[in-house]
Design a protein around this ligand. Sequence first.
Ligand SMILES: CCCCCCCCCCCCCCCCCCCCCC(=O)SCCNC(=O)CCNC(=O)[C@H](O)C(C)(C)COP(=O)(O)OP(=O)(O)OC[C@H]1O[C@@H](n2cnc3c(N)ncnc32)[C@H](O)[C@@H]1OP(=O)(O)O
Ligand SMILES: Cc1cc2nc3c(=O)[nH]c(=O)nc-3n(C[C@H](O)[C@H](O)[C@H](O)COP(=O)(O)OP(=O)(O)OC[C@H]3O[C@@H](n4cnc5c(N)ncnc54)[C@H](O)[C@@H]3O)c2cc1C
Length: 664
Amino acid sequence: MEGVDYLADERKKTEFDVEEMKIVWAGSRHTFEVSDRMAKLVANDPVFRKDDRVMLARKDLFKNTLRKATYAWKRINELRLSEEEASKLRSFVDEPAFTDLHWGMFVPAIKGQGTDEQQKKWLPLAYKMQIIGCYAQTELGHGSNVQGLETTATFDPQTDEFVIHSPTLTSSKWWPGGLGKVSTHGVVYARLILDGQEHGIHGFIVQLRSLEDHRPLPGITVADIGMKFGSGAYNTMDNGLLRFDHVRIPRDQMLMRVSQVTRDGKIVQSDVPRQLVYGTMVYVRQTIVQDASIALSRAVCIATRYSAVRRQFGSSNGGPETQVIDYKTQQSRLFPLLASAYAFRFVGEWLKWLYTDVTQRLQANDFSTLPEAHACTAGLKSLTTSVTADGIEESRKLCGGHGYLASSGLPELFAVYVPACTYEGDNTVLMLQVARFLMKTVSQLGSGKPPVGTISYMGRIEQLMQCRCAVKKAGDWLNPNAVLEAFEARAARMSVSCAQKLSKFSNPEEGFAELSADLVEAAVAHCQLIVVSKFFEKLQQDIPGKGVKRQLEVLCGVYSLHLLHKHQGDFLATSYITPKQASLANDQLRELYSQVRPNAIALVDAFNYTDHYLGSILGCYDGNVYPKLYEAAWRDPLNDSVIPDGYEQYIRPLLKQQLRVAKL
Ligand SMILES: CCCCCCCCCCCCCCCCCCCCCC(=O)SCCNC(=O)CCNC(=O)[C@H](O)C(C)(C)COP(=O)(O)OP(=O)(O)OC[C@H]1O[C@@H](n2cnc3c(N)ncnc32)[C@H](O)[C@@H]1OP(=O)(O)O
Ligand SMILES: Cc1cc2nc3c(=O)[nH]c(=O)nc-3n(C[C@H](O)[C@H](O)[C@H](O)COP(=O)(O)OP(=O)(O)OC[C@H]3O[C@@H](n4cnc5c(N)ncnc54)[C@H](O)[C@@H]3O)c2cc1C
C-alpha cells in the first residue's frame, strides 16, 4: 500500500507546530535548511546505499567504505560545498571512515598544537587531502594514562632530527582510526627525550606511507588491528597498529605551539599550559556530546514510531488491541529517552558555545576558563555517551523481538555507538577528572575567589547545605526554581560529603582512590545539573511556533523529574527532599507522560530524519512495518534458494543417520 501513512492518526493528535520544532531541533532555520538539503542529497544517491552493510565481509565492507568516502569527497568538491555542508553530508553518509579522523583529529591537532609556520606548511596539504592523517596516541599498553605512553622521540643534535622508536611491544600504537590501511601521515604522541632527559608527551607529525605507492616507509610496521564488535558497524574503520624502528623525522615536525626544541636540543616552554597538548581531545569530546543527541534521537525515533504501530493485548469486543505506546511502562522507559535526546541537543549547543569561547580566549592568552572547559567536555562526554549507549539498547528492547533484527537498524546503531563510552577517554576516567575539579573547587571555597560558570552554584554553599525542598503538591515540581535547587543541593552536598571524607586521609591521592566510586557519583550529579540547567536556560529564549515552547517545557519536566525519580536515593540521602516529596515528583512525572503521549510521533518527526538515514524498517516514516519486514526477509541471501548450501553435505547425512537410529 504505497503512499498510505499508517501513522496519520497519530500525527493528527499533535498539539504543536512541528515545522517550527524542526528549527528548534536543528538550532536555526539556516542549519535546518542545510541539514535537510544534505540529508536528501545523500538519501537520493544510490552510491550511499547502506542496507547491505551488515551482510558484507570485512574486505568488501572496507572497500565499499573507501568508495563512499572518496565519492563523498568528489561530490563535496564538485558541488563546492561549504565546510558546514560537507560536515552534514559526512554525517548523513553515516559510515565511520578514515576521513573522520583526518578531519576530526589530524587537522585539529595541527591547528591547535602547531606553530603558525607548521600550520602554513601542513594544513593546505591536509585540506586538499593530498596527505591523509590519523591521530596516533593510544598504545597496546596505555590508552587512558597518556603520561604512561612509551613511544620515544629522542633528539639527535648531530642531524637535527628526532628518532621515533617503539622500545617495547606494549609501546606499539594500537587503535588509531584510519591508520591500519589508509593514512599517509599521523600525529604521533611520544615521550620527548633531550640529552637523556625526559620531557613529557608531545605530538609529532610522522609520515607513515609512501605518497607514491602507499608502502610503509622504512622502519615502519603498520597493519589493521582486526574485526571489532558487531557486523558492519565500526568495522568500516581501519583502526591500526604501528611500530617504529628508529624512524627519523626533521626537528620541525614536532608540534611546537606548547613547547619548542631548539637547534641545540634545549626545551623552551611557551606560556601556554602543557595541557594544550590534550587540546584535540577536548575538541573532539565536545563534538561527541553534540553527536550523542543525534544517535539517541535516531534510536528513540525508531522505538517511538514502532511503539505506535505495534499492538499487543487489550482487545475488547473484537476491537483493535492496545498500541504498546499506551502502556505506562513503555512510556516510562521511552519518554525519558525522548526528553534526554532534546536535553542533550541543547547542552551540546551550549557546549559548542563554551568551546568556541575558550578557543577565542586561548588565542588571546587567557587560560582562565580552561579547567572548566576540560571538566565540562570530559563530564558531558561521559554522561551523554553512557546514557545514549544504554538508550539505544533500551530502544531495541522497546521494539520487542523485531528490534533484534538487523533491519530494525538498532543493532548496528548500538555497535557503532557503544565505543563512544571508551574512545576519547574512558567514561569513568573522565568522570574522575570532573571529580578532581569538584574537589579542588570545594577546597578553594572561602578563599575569596568565587566559583564561576557551571560551578558558580558552589558559591552559595552555605544556603545549599541548609535549604529544604518546599514542594507541597505534585504541581509544585513544575516550578523550575524548585527543580534547580533540588539538583544544586544534591550535587553540592554530594561533593562536600566526598571532600569531608577525603580530608580524613593523610595522603589525598590514596583517599581519592579509595573514594573514587563516590566521587564518580558526585561528578555525575554535577553533570546532570548542568544538563538540567541548560534545558531551563533554553526555555528562557524566545521560542516561536504554536505550542512549541509548551512541549519543550513538558520534555524538560520529564527529563528532570525522571532523573529525580531514578536517583531519589541521592536526593533523600542528602536530606534535601522527604519521601513524600519524592513520591509527588513521581506523580507529576506520570502526568507529564500523558502530556507527551499525543505528541510523541510529532516530537520524533521534528528530528527530520529521512528513512535512508534512520536505516530502519521499524522506524520508517509511514509506519508500514509488516509488509516491509516480510519483503526484507526475502531479500536475505540465505533465501536465495529454497534448499540451503550445505544440505547435501550436512543436513541430508544427519537426517539419514537419525533414520537409522529410529529403525534400530
Ligand atoms: C567524507 C567527507 C569529508 C567531510 C569533511 C568534514 C568532516 C568533519 C568530520 C568531523 C568528525 C568529528 C568526529 C571525530 C570522530 C571521532 C571518532 C572517535 C575517535 C576516537 C579517538 C580517540 O580515542 S583518541 C585517544 C583519546 N585518548 C584519551 O582520551 C585518553 C584519556 N586520558 C587523558 O585525557 C589524560 O591522560 C587524563 C586522564 C586527563 C590524565 O592526564 P594527566 O595524567 O596528564 O593529568 P592529571 O590527571 O594529573 O591532571 C593534571 C592537570 O591537567 C588538567 N587536565 C587534564 N586534561 C586536561 C585537558 N584535556 N584540558 C585541560 N586540562 C586538563 C587536570 O584537570 C589537572 O589540572 P589541575 O592540576 O589543575 O588539577
Ligand atoms: C573504536 C575505537 C576507536 C579509537 N580510536 C582511536 C584513535 O583514533 N586514536 C587513538 O589514539 N586512540 C583511539 N582509541 C583508543 C581509545 O582512546 C582508548 O581505548 C581509550 O582512551 C581508553 O583507554 P584504554 O583502552 O587504555 O582503557 P583502560 O584505561 O585500560 O580501561 C580499562 C578499565 O580500567 C578502568 N580504569 C582505567 N584507569 C582508571 C583509573 N585511573 N581509575 C579508575 N578506573 C580506571 C576503566 O574505567 C576501564 O573500566 C580508540 C578506541 C576505540 C574503542
